[in-house]
Write a protein that binds this ligand. Structure first.
Ligand SMILES: [Zn+2]
Length: 674
């Protein structure tokens, strides 16, 4: 299987670095030959990079509140805050002086726990992170390469993907701490990369993830004004894989056939990352067709591989619209990060709608409520998660949908951490002219500078479990600035109560702009009415949505421990199978011309663990009948035929909960005649 080849490739790099980590290798101090950098340059004339519509706030400026703060604390108390204490690929990483993985794993972990630690101000975690960063900086060689890259990096072919990842996380750390050494290290490393690419062009992961290198190159360029960084960015684009060409052909439209047909271009994690690639590249080219490509790419993915959660399938290459085919967790967190970039670059509110849809559904669904275990692949119709040798994954293995420490392959164990923290960090963004935009919604606050006046803005809400949001403004003195509020496209009838009183109707799918002199305590009350909606899915299935949430039947999950004899499986970081205790094989009876008449929604308290079956903030009731001949095939819910289903079973009322709360579920149901 190609996924095994990938493992060989990664360990190939690790083997290559063994020499570098050998005892006695010179460990020089950091070079101090660079002069201090000039002042930060921004704006349309800053050396050629096009200005994005919005600028993300510096890491640490946004604070999670309410359920989002609980969620991030759950994460820090789970696998994310403890992985470096016991998981060899991080604990003994070559990046930290050990002899385990020297490729993407420790960098992936840092890339997620840096924003996590700074968002919730977790000082012990911050201290550990700083210790690891200090080690990486202290062991950077005079030629600019980080220690896992061997001394002969200038003479041999290596994959530069882990370099993109390391520099990307280092610039986050630089933004959070202002530690000048970090930016100097990144610039020295990018300088080495710039030279190496002339002799050793991009290949492997680096070729298919070239745009990841733009993130640190742009960051460094905007702070140093070094023109060669602009050239480096152009070189990465010139050497990288052309997804635009690939998406203009037929290759992307078909599901990946089973077994042995793993491809780079249809790899689901590459795809999740690549969605932002041409948005970033537009900052270099200013070409309208570059800026337009990400939404075209998403449209094609939706048409051929789209899932009701806002994701596309991939297990682990693009796999069609079938709700049993699954999506890898790495793709979920990478797609979220891509959407955050696209929202900033374009200012298009549709990316905010998509961001929330994936963050509130696909992201939480694939973790246990305590975030001590996760899946490799989640399925939209996932009625059991078992070690299943009879599985039908395209390229993955029998453990891909169980919840565990490293089911199927450890990439998601390393990469899962960025999902919630980066979502939280990107809820608010700066707008030109000193204002602020609420680009996505969850309980949070943000501190920003409005023309020299510090202002705190807060979003007080239980959204997405509720329809009302209060935006509160706390300037240190009265100050005028523009406030932009995203109005979701689904929010028909949306309105806002302004501080002076009076309710104003809002246009769904736009940003509402309010500009005035704001005083301490001013508040705007947003109302985003959520109405029941049915959508037609694969093979005429019906799915139920309301606002940004998708609803699923949760057939009474029973968790049982497996793999207890495997290393590193001491609880709480164990592996689990999940099986249903109740029937799941229902078809729905809904009036699709008036879904609100046949689906009843009920508000529930939002629990400390907001995405658990015990604490869903909302629930729905709908009429259904069992379909006796719908059962398991290959250990999964069988694919059903297109068209209306029939059943003579009695009508029952079944309860649905948000998709993200249901760890086993049916989400796409057969339609019944009535
Ligand atoms: Zn993964």
């Amino acid at each position: 299987m190609r996924s095994i080849k990938r493992r060989e490739f990664l360990t190939g790099l690790a083997a290559g670095v063994a020499a570098a980590a050998a005892p006695g290798l010179a460990k020089p101090a950091i070079s101090t030959r660079r002069p201090p950098f000039p002042k930060l340059q921004t704006g349309p004339t800053a050396g050629g990079l096009a200005e994005p519509a919005f600028r993300p706030l510096p890491l640490g400026s946004v604070r999670p509140e309410g359920w989002l703060l609980h969620q991030l604390r759950v994460q820090a108390e789970g696998l994310s805050g403890h992985l470096d204490e016991f998981w060899p690929d991080v604990k003994q990483s070559r990046w930290f002086g050990g002899d385990a993985d020297g490729s993407e794993r420790a960098p992936y972990w840092l890339d997620g726990v840096i924003p996590l630690a700074w968002l919730i101000d977790d000082n012990p975690l911050k201290k550990r992170i700083s210790k690891y960063i200090d080690f990486i900086l202290a062991h950077q060689r005079p030629d600019g390469w980080y220690v896992p890259y061997p001394p002969d990096t200038d003479r041999r072919d290596y994959d530069f993907w882990p370099i993109f990842l390391m520099d990307k996380l280092l610039v986050q750390y630089h933004e959070a701490t202002g530690d000048a050494r970090v930016l100097q290290s990144v610039v020295r490393n990018l300088e080495a990369l710039h030279k190496a690419l002339d002799r050793d062009p991009l290949s492997h992961w680096g070729e298919y993830r070239w745009f990841e290198g733009l993130i640190s190159a742009f960051y460094a360029f905007e702070r140093t004004g070094e023109p060669w960084l602009f050239d480096l960015a152009r070189k990465l684009r010139a050497q990288g894989f052309d997804y635009r060409e690939f998406y203009s052909g037929e290759g992307v439209t078909s599901p990946t056939p089973r077994r042995g047909l793993w491809t780079w271009a249809k790899h689901v994690v590459n795809t999740g990352m690549a969605v932002k690639g041409w948005g970033l590249a537009w900052r270099l080219s200013r070409a309208a067709d570059d800026l337009a490509f990400p939404s075209k790419m998403i449209e094609i993915l939706d048409r051929y591989h789209g899932q009701v959660t806002g994701m596309f399938s991939g297990d682990e290459c693009l796999a069609g619209k079938n709700p049993i085919q699954g999506t890898e967790l790495c793709a979920v967190v990478e797609f979220l990060y891509s959407l955050e970039h696209l929202l900033a670059i374009t200012g298009d509110p549709a990316y905010g709608d998509r961001l929330e849809r994936v963050a509130f559904n696909a992201l939480p669904a694939t973790f246990s409520p305590d975030m001590w275990s996760h899946q490799y692949d989640q399925q939209v119709n996932q009625v059991q998660c078992t070690i299943n040798p009879d599985h039908m994954w395209t390229t993955n293995g029998p453990e891909s949908n169980i919840f565990g420490l490293e089911p199927n392959f450890g990439c998601c164990t390393a990469n899962m951490h960025q999902g919630w923290p980066k979502f939280a960090a990107h809820l608010w963004m700066k707008v030109p002219g000193g204002g602020i935009a609420a680009v996505a919604y969850a309980p949070s606050s943000a501190l920003f500078d409005a023309g020299g006046t510090p202002v705190r803005v807060a979003c007080e809400t239980d959204y997405p479990f509720r329809e009302d949001l209060t935006i509160r403004i706390r300037p240190s003195k009265p100050v005028r600035f523009p406030l932009l509020l995203r109005v979701p496209a689904w929010a028909t009838g949306a309105s806002v109560m302004l501080p002076g009183g009076g309710r104003t109707k809002l246009d769904p799918g736009t940003f509402f702009r309010a500009e005035q002199e704001w005083k301490d305590g001013d508040a705007l009350v947003l109302s985003f009415p959520m109405s029941a909606k049915t959508t037609t899915r694969y093979n005429d299935a019906v799915a139920i949505e309301r606002g940004p949430l998708v609803y699923s039947l949760e057939p009474g999950a029973i968790w049982s421990r497996v793999n207890a004899d495997k290393p590193q499986r001491e609880l709480p970081h164990g592996d689990f199978e999940v099986r249903p205790s109740k029937p799941w094989n229902y078809g729905l009876i809904v009036d699709e011309t008036n879904p609100g008449a046949s689906i009843r929604f009920e508000e529930m308290p939002v629990a400390e663990k907001p995405f658990s079956p015990e604490g869903p903030g909302m629930a729905a009731s709908v009429k259904a009948r069992k379909i006796p001949d719908w059962g398991l095939v290959h250990g999964w819910a069988a694919e059903f035929r297109p068209g209306l289903a029939t059943s003579k079973e009695p009508v029952e009322e079944i309860r649905l909960i948000p998709y993200g709360c249901a760890k086993i579920r049916v989400t796409e149901f057969p339609r019944l005649k009535g």
